[in-house]
Ligand binder design. Structure first.
Ligand code: NAD
Length: 465
């Protein structure tokens, strides 16, 4: 296996300058071909493949798989010309007669490893940035969504030569073999634990990495929040994709006085969305039995420790189904509050003062997202100033992902580096500095041998320039 990957890698390495020196128009043609494939030729098959993987409703596939990639391509098409231009910068007077600029040059041969939860979006999204930046790419999607991975392999092999973009499928051993190769950049989306494996492997070749990871993203709701709107937005952000979303609110911190009123609104919102969720066409499923059991264990563990099921709780293993489930009174040592949930279970914790909520958030790893529901602007800013997170939404959730003008990513345990728009383009590029000397002389009058006059000139320069 590793021989084949080495050959593929070598072929892409040989081809990297041909791809890297492609013009703006050539890159746009590639992106347009990808767009046409996703938007038209393969659209229905994409919906069917992801439905076969975890019963994701077609409309959710349109909204959260197809639309974000198309949106990313459209954004790149309108901006790429500017990004590819020489970026002129100021040159200090002391460097007399020189001018300076930098350009974004492609990193070279890149590896993109993606997870299963948004299998198309999180594979083709970074690919758009990699193509825009002029790289060759090997893609390794998740083995847990085989229908989508197979279809993406077909799309890629129909659109690109292997020397430019190739998709390889397989389990951990495939990733492990790929990670031995001296890629110029690795863009990994997945769990923090595997992120560490990727970073360690990358360190052997000093390969740069983008790590888009996960963790526990809190939603803080204070007593001033509009509880009805908050409940329906959280119900959507949490249970879309069956809760298998890296930026879904993982748990709620709510001011004690409004907990009961919020729960009432949440119950209404969930009933409106799904009715009997087991029969709802709008409710996806957990990706496989292993993850189903992991989630059931969370519920059982919390119940054993006197956690209370406020909403839902029903499940059906044969269908990998767990009802939208909301729990309260969950003690701190329950696994629900210790591990990233990544499924349709939402624990609710109460707080009395905002400082208590902030201290709790800061006792954990920096989250990928932190959501604030409040009408109080001062308090909202106070929360932002006194916490750290990859991103924040105020009075909504999850939507930050959809704005390509915003950098998307985590901080430390929730990620390194950013995706989307110019930020994704930058991840796949090296900013190459160029300084050009136009005139004779300039700083050469300071070259050795040194003299007292030169010392005076240096003193003057240090003082004035
Ligand atoms: P994962 O880390 O288990 O797997 C991700 C990818 O890594 C898969 O392609 C998998 O085959 C590969 N992989 C698995 N074990 C490996 C190993 N030992 N060495 C090398 N590669 C290996 O993650 P997952 O279960 O697919 O996805 C869920 C996680 O991803 C959650 O933590 C979630 O928060 C995170 N996530 C983050 C983002 C983001 O944009 N920040 C988006 C989606 C998911």
């Amino acid at each position: 296996m590793s021989n084949t990957f080495q050959q593929l890698f070598n072929a892409q390495k040989e081809n990297q300058f041909a791809v890297g020196n492609s013009t703006y128009s050539e890159r746009i043609l590639k992106l347009k071909a990808l767009k046409k494939a996703i938007e038209t030729t393969y659209k229905q098959r994409i919906r069917e493949a992801i439905y076969a993987d975890f019963k994701k409703p077609y409309i959710e596939t349109d909204l959260t798989e197809i639309y974000p990639v198309i949106g990313e391509i459209n954004h790149v098409i309108s901006e790429l010309k500017g990004w590819m231009k020489r970026q002129k910068v100021h040159t200090p007077l002391a460097l007399l007669g020189a001018s300076s600029w930098y350009t974004y040059e492609p990193k070279g041969v890149c590896l993109i490893i993606s997870p299963w939860n948004f299998p198309l979006n999180l594979t083709f999204g970074p690919l758009v940035s990699a193509i825009a930046a002029g790289n060759t790419v090997i893609l390794k999607p998740s083995e847990l969504t085989p229908h989508c991975s197979q279809l993406m392999a077909e799309i890629i092999s129909n659109l690109f030569s292997e020397q430019e973009i190739a998709l390889v499928q397989g389990e951990v051993e495939v990733s492990t073999a790929l990670l031995k190769l001296p890629f110029n950049h690795i863009f990994f989306t997945g769990s923090p634990n595997i992120g560490k494996v990727v970073m360690e492997a990358a360190s052997k070749h000093l390969t740069s990495v983008t790590l888009e990871l996960g963790g526990k993203s809190p939603a803080i709701i204070d007593a001033s929040a509009n509880l009805k709107a908050t409940a329906s937005r959280i119900a959507w952000g949490k249970f879309v994709n069956n809760g298998q979303t890296c930026i879904a609110p993982d748990y709620i911190l709510i001011e004690e006085s409004v907990k009961e009123a919020f729960l009432k609104e949440l119950k209404v919102a969930l009933h409106t969305f799904y009715g009997d969720a087991s029969l709802s066409e709008a409710y996806a499923r957990i990706v496989n039995e292993k993850h189903f059991n992991r989630l059931i264990n969370h519920i059982e563990d919390a119940k054993l420790k006197h956690g209370v099921i406020e909403i839902g709780g029903a499940s059906k293993v044969a269908d990998c189904f767990i009802e939208p489930t909301v729990m309260s009174n969950v003690p701190e040592d329950a696994s629900l509050l210790q591990e990233e949930i990544f499924g349709p279970i939402l624990p609710i914790k109460t707080y009395k003062t905002i400082n208590e909520a902030i201290t709790y958030v800061n006792s954990k790893e920096k989250p990928l997202a932190l959501y604030i529901y409040s009408k109080n602007k001062t308090q909202t800013q106070f929360i932002i100033d006194n916490t750290r997170a990859g991103s924040t939404c105020i009075n909504t959730n999850v939507l930050q992902y959809s704005n390509h003008h915003l950098p998307f990513g985590g901080s430390n345990n929730s990620g390194i580096g950013k995706a989307h728009g110019i930020f994704g383009f930058q991840e796949f590029s090296n900013m190459r500095s160029v300084l050009k000397q136009h005139t004779k002389g300039s700083i050469e009058f300071l070259f050795p041998p040194y003299s007292s006059l030169k010392q005076k000139l240096v003193d003057f320069t240090l003082k004035w320039f």
